[in-house]
Design a protein around this ligand. Structure first.
Ligand SMILES: *Cc1c(COP(=O)(O)O)cnc(C)c1O
Length: 426
């Protein structure tokens, strides 16, 4: 299996090269040259397979050039060591909980998988690697935890000052060792722009071995496919003659792209919903056929505050930039902050289930779109604990746990690329 660029160039690289490069030479994204097909017998028999067997079968074709079967097995067992349960909420609505990992967001699997891939790759390369990421919150904590103490890897995380939750900030800044969190006096988009600038800074890259760990990186994206295989395994017996719809709270569309890839491998999910907040670039695109990035706006579901979703390019590539073809598999909705809080209130009253703001966006988008002959799963992408300032708006009597912000290992900088450069070289 080789990986190619989403915009035309000659590159055709292995999994390892794609992971270490992050972006292609012309600044585009890597995409599998062809998508492997799993036989229908695999899906007929999926309930008899262990979660790790399912993960192995789905991932092996993508990575086999660089990882032995034994290494891949070890990586999967070590990276996916927590449950991803599907629970019934009401009527035809189910939730897929992806917050049982160490930092309580779905990003744990991708970050843990990627760091363990690097530690296996490292054996043939003794240069130190610097992981550089921009985060709107959960990427930072998942990458900090997933890469903590991994030998030969330094991690630099840029986050927008005062725009991540205190809980997320603590998860990023309290580790130390090889993890450095840097608060930027700017927005998430500023952070992402400076990261891109560093990757295009060829002089810098001669001195520093830079790798990205954002959801643009295939080693984070591909393992997220597993969630949808495991969800199908659990929901299969409830489906009867209904078709399955999955609603994914979305920002950069990484999780949604992984679900779509799983579908293209044969997974019987009829359609996906990309559930967005007020950052409606993708929702607008599906309405108008014209892709126009916008500045990001701050919302209650801050991990989705993205004005230019990076994985849009992968979806566009996959569907040959054909809006009709894409719309047959994926729709989008934009949910306001008011609707989000109302949905959290209504859901806890009606069902006793405490949603986090991202899950609330996913649930509302799902239930607005679900048809008679469909059964729906929305994804809970993070634990409500991470967003207590929003939880209290919806559920005032919710008991808060204390968050002490020591910020020990935090650096601060202005919205200025030169400062980032100096930090990377120091
Ligand atoms: C990162 C994140 C999202 C958005 O995921 P994408 O893959 O960027 O679309 C949604 N919810 C939570 C809680 C997140 O941390």
């Amino acid at each position: 299996m080789k990986f190619i660029s989403t915009t035309p160039n000659e590159e055709r690289v292995s999994f390892k090269t794609a992971v270490l490069n992050g972006l292609t030479q012309n600044g585009a994204l890597y995409f599998p040259e062809e998508i492997p097909q799993l036989p229908s017998s695999f899906f007929e028999n999926i309930e008899n397979l262990s979660d790790h067997e399912i993960a192995f079968t789905a991932l092996q074709p993508y990575v086999q050039e660089n990882l032995s079967d034994a290494d891949l097995k070890w990586i999967i067992e070590d990276a996916i060591n927590f449950p991803t349960p599907v629970k019934h909420i009401r009527e035809a609505t189910y939730v897929l909980e992806l917050f049982h990992g160490p930092t309580e967001s779905f990003k744990d699997v991708g970050a843990r998988f990627m760091s363990r891939c690097l530690s296996k790759f490292e054996k043939s390369n003794d240069k130190e690697i610097t992981i550089l990421v921009a985060t709107s919150g959960d990427t930072g904590s998942a990458v900090a935890s997933g890469f903590y103490d991994v030998e030969g890897v330094n991690v630099k995380i840029l986050f927008p000052k005062d725009k991540v939750s205190p809980y997320q900030e603590r998860q990023m800044t309290s580790l130390g060792k090889n993890i450095k969190a840097i608060e930027v006096d700017g927005t998430f988009d500023d952070c992402q722009r400076m990261v891109k600038q560093a990757f295009n800074d060829h002089k810098l890259r001669k001195q520093v071995e830079l790798t990205s760990a954002n959801s643009i990186n295939l080693a984070r994206l591909l393992p997220q496919m597993i969630y949808y295989f495991l969800a199908y395994k659990q929901i299969k017996k409830e489906l009867k003659d209904k078709s399955l719809v999955v609603s994914i709270p979305s920002g950069n569309l990484g999780n949604a792209s992984a679900g779509i890839l799983a579908k293209h491998m044969g997974l019987p999910i009829k359609r996906f919903i990309a559930a967005h907040n007020a950052n409606d670039t993708f929702t607008d695109y599906l309405k108008t056929g014209e892709y126009k990035s916008k500045p990001s706006v701050l919302t209650f579901s801050n991990a989705m505050d993205v004005g230019n979703p990076s994985n849009y390019e992968r979806l566009a590539y996959l569907y040959g930039r054909n809006l009709g073809a894409m719309s047959a598999h994926i729709s989008a909705a934009s949910i306001t902050d008011e609707e989000t809080v109302q949905e959290m209130k209504d859901t806890i009253q009606e069902t006793g289930y405490l949603l986090d703001p991202h899950g609330a966006v996913g649930k509302l988008a799902l239930e607005r779109s679900l048809k008679e002959d469909e059964l729906g799963i929305f994804v809970e992408t993070a634990h409500p604990n991470k967003f207590q300032d929003i939880i209290v708006k919806a559920v005032p009597d919710h008991v808060l746990t204390e968050t002490s912000l020591d910020g020990f290992h935090k650096l601060s900088m202005d919205n200025d690329y030169q400062q980032l450069r100096d930090i990377l070289l120091s």
